[in-house]
Write a protein that binds this ligand. Structure first.
Ligand code: NAP
Ligand code: GLV
Ligand code: GLV
Length: 324
């Protein structure tokens, strides 16, 4: 019998997305979407993708060897994120499955949030807001909520990639000196490359922007906190496990550093007990890229990436280009 309609390849989307990404996907794929607005368990993902040709997943989904091996027809994994530490890239590459990501479009949004954390922690914005709401403001006072200046200070960027560079660029408005550590030298006027050790010893604000890899796992542990100035602040908007969270808690308690601003955690969504009780940390629920504009663009880009692969074209961004 002659096939009347060419059937579309099947795609599983692990969670509904903002914007028109799903409609766009539906032009090219037979899309099934997790009907519930929650993170799926690994076995649930497996049961959904057994017969699928494409997967559009989130950074909260563990796409490990078991998951990839359970989907013999899989031709593309499109991650709704720039970070791809949630995916077993070695297994995907072994299977010649492209892993696509969403870099660039979320850079400014995430850099802005990084700055929101820097200013919130150094100027004690969250504490001061709670104080005011609680009716405790009885008048201007010379020593009410003293923080530390960021202007004229040194910003240390660990990993001067897209987001690190955008955070550094914003520092020029605060007349800051910018130093950075990266494995390779970057072209950025006014930013000086130093070793990680020098950065940790001299920066007033240390902001982490390396991807989470085997090499960067617990890049910041007890030893690194001991190198930091007692007046330093640590900002983490990359991935929680770049920092050993228990060492961070101890450093904050012992006064080895002055404060921290976190958007990410080692075992999300869990937060190490004790951290939430400290007044000198600002804790956000992984909202680095969370603006209407950016999340909408990410959905379109993640959709475009999957569509490009299925059409045999080059995707906008791929984490394992060697498979193409
Ligand atoms: P990127 O452009 O690839 O930048 C990462 C930089 O880290 C690169 O310049 C790289 O330079 C450097 N690097 C890699 N390994 C390193 C190491 N071992 N030591 C020192 N530097 C190292 O990535 P991006 O777009 O800026 O994104 C960075 C990360 O931000 C993502 O991986 C993601 O985890 C996170 N993120 C978080 C949010 C959020 O919501 N909080 C939003 C977006 C992204 P070299 O190769 O020269 O070392
Ligand atoms: C967010 O954390 C991302 O990696 O895009
Ligand atoms: C503060 O409000 C000032 O006028 O210095």
């Amino acid at each position: 019998m002659v096939e009347k309609f060419k059937t579309k390849p099947s795609l599983f989307l692990t969670r509904n997305l903002p914007g028109n990404g799903v409609e766009k996907l539906s032009e090219y794929f037979d899309v099934s979407v997790n009907p519930e607005d929650r993170v799926l368990e690994k076995n649930e993902i497996i049961s959904h993708i057994r017969d699928k040709e494409a997967l559009l997943c989130l950074l909260t989904d563990t796409i490990d060897k078991d998951v990839i091996q359970a989907a013999p027809r899989l031709k593309v994994i499109s991650n709704y994120a720039v970070g791809f530490n949630n995916i077993d890239i070695i297994e995907a590459t072994h299977r010649k499955i492209p892993v696509c990501i969403t870099p660039g479009i979320l850079t400014d949004t995430t850099a802005d949030l990084t700055w929101a954390l820097i200013l919130a922690v150094t100027r004690r914005i969250i504490e001061a807001d709670a104080f005011t709401r609680n009716g405790l403001f009885t008048g201007w006072s010379p020593s009410l909520f003293l923080g530390l200046d960021v202007s004229q200070k040194t910003l240390g960027i660990v990993g001067l990639g897209r987001i690190g560079a955008a955070v550094a660029k914003r520092a020029s408005g605060f007349d800051m000196k910018v130093i950075y550590s990266s494995r390779s030298k970057k072209e950025m006027v006014g930013a000086e490359q130093v070793s990680l050790e020098t950065l940790l010893k001299t920066a007033d604000i240390i902001s982490l922007h390396v991807p989470l890899t085997k090499e960067t796992h617990h890049l910041i542990d007890e030893h690194q906190f001991q190198l930091m100035k007692k007046t330093a602040y640590l900002i983490n908007t990359t991935r929680g496990a770049v920092v050993k969270e228990s060492a961070l808690l101890n450093a904050l308690k012992k006064g080895e550093i002055l404060g921290a601003g976190l958007d990410v955690y080692e075992n999300e969504p869990q937060i190490l007990e004790g951290l939430t009780a400290l007044p000198n940390v600002v804790l956000l629920p992984h909202i680095g890229s969370a603006t209407y504009e950016t999340r909408t663009k990410m959905a379109l880009l993640a959709a475009d990436n999957a569509i490009a692969i299925i059409k045999g074209q080059k995707p906008h961004a791929i984490a394992n280009p060697e498979v193409l």
